[in-house]
Design a protein around this ligand. Structure first.
Ligand code: UDP
Ligand code: MG
Length: 323
């Protein structure tokens, strides 16, 4: 390893024209400061990944590339989603950077703690997690839903680092090992703890978005939670199996009861109970099919081995950044 690590800060952007110039400015200032203090290599840089934005995001990035040599950009051919955009950035930086830091483009994550991440890396930590120490600035709904998410995931046996999103540092070793996880519906927060290595945490205050709106509407958030759940756990399938077994026992008891009633001659057409049973069992079957289908859908998308992202332009390599 070099005595001063080469750091690449990876920033996924989707329709972020309003905030991007400011993000470039703030991250650029931090980078320069760290270079001046000789804590990072002078070739350290910022890598913006445009996740198929429909606004002027790419123009802003191109503009940055043109006037600052510590800025590069990767443009994806369409919107592949936050996780895949991050992955594209990480793949681009692999082999060149000694460590990467991934951060959202909206300045919600405090850029001021970046030197703390680097300090931990220099002290020998291969993975450093950014943890928000409060969620005051998030809407109540977002706070509540995030809490529910962690509780639910924990119940299903998926242990995530609470209040850690995608603000983290990865050393080149950890970065390389990401290749061992070729899954399509990737959920980085769940994968990173599985890679192992020595890790530590950095705490920070999460702020309000600097400008623009959240690119994670409820629909995307639910899809994200479903990905996280089904790509790490077979617990829902087991739950359905258990439910089926329970229903079977109940059915035997009801069967015996009905038989006794029949023998004693008091069974005067149990129409309502019959209807009820049909509906209960029908409902459970339907639900089970849904859960099984969900997994089959995922198997389907994994076996297709489709690319997780497609790069249209990559200035990170063009600008002679290779090692
Ligand atoms: N993002 C992305 N692709 C998407 C959605 C979001 O690259 O399809 C980026 C977005 O530009 C931002 C980060 O992912 O840098 C997090 O998104 P956002 O701030 O909207 O999420 P929130 O903070 O509201 O959870
Ligand atoms: Mg945000």
């Amino acid at each position: 390893m070099r005595d001063k690590p080469l750091l690449t800060i990876i920033v996924p952007c989707y329709n972020e024209e309003e905030v991007l110039a400011e993000t470039m400015k703030q991250l650029g200032a931090i980078l320069h400061d760290m270079k001046d203090k000789l804590v990072i290599h002078e070739d350290s840089d910022l890598l913006f990944v445009d996740d198929g934005s429909r606004d002027k995001t790419w123009e802003v990035i191109e503009n940055g590339i043109a006037i600052q040599d510590h800025i590069s950009g990767v443009k994806l051919s369409r919107n592949f989603g936050h996780q895949n955009a991050l992955l594209a950035g990480m793949k681009a930086a692999e082999g060149r950077a000694d460590c990467i830091i991934s951060i959202d483009s909206d300045l919600q994550d405090d850029v001021g703690v970046i030197p703390d991440f680097v300090e931990k890396y220099r002290a020998g930590y291969e993975v450093v997690y950014g943890i928000r120490d409060e969620r005051k600035t998030d809407t109540r709904f977002k706070r509540g839903s995030a809490h529910l998410f962690y509780t639910m995931m924990g119940k299903f046996g998926i242990h995530l680092i609470p209040d850690h999103a995608d603000y983290r540092l990865l050393g080149s070793m950890a970065l390389q090992e990401m290749n061992l996880f070729p899954e399509n519906n990737i959920f980085l927060r769940g994968i990173v703890p599985l890679i192992g290595f020595k890790s530590d945490k950095v705490y920070y205050h999460r702020k309000e978005r600097f400008a623009g709106e959240s690119k994670y509407p409820l629909k995307k958030m639910l899809a994200f939670a479903a990905d996280g759940l089904t790509s790490f756990s077979v617990a829902p399938i087991r739950f359905v199996t258990g439910l089926g077994a329970l229903m079977f026992i109940v059915a035997i008891v009801i069967g015996i009861y009905t038989f006794i009633q029949h023998l004693s001659g008091t069974a005067t057409s149990g129409w309502s109970s019959l209807m009820l049973s049909i509906w209960v069992i029908g409902g459970i079957q339907m639900m089970s099919l849904g859960v099984v289908g969900e997994y089959i859908g995922r198997i389907y998308s994994e076996v297709k081995q489709r690319p997780r992202f497609i790069i249209e332009t990559n200035s990170y390599v063009e600008s002679g950044h290779e090692k």
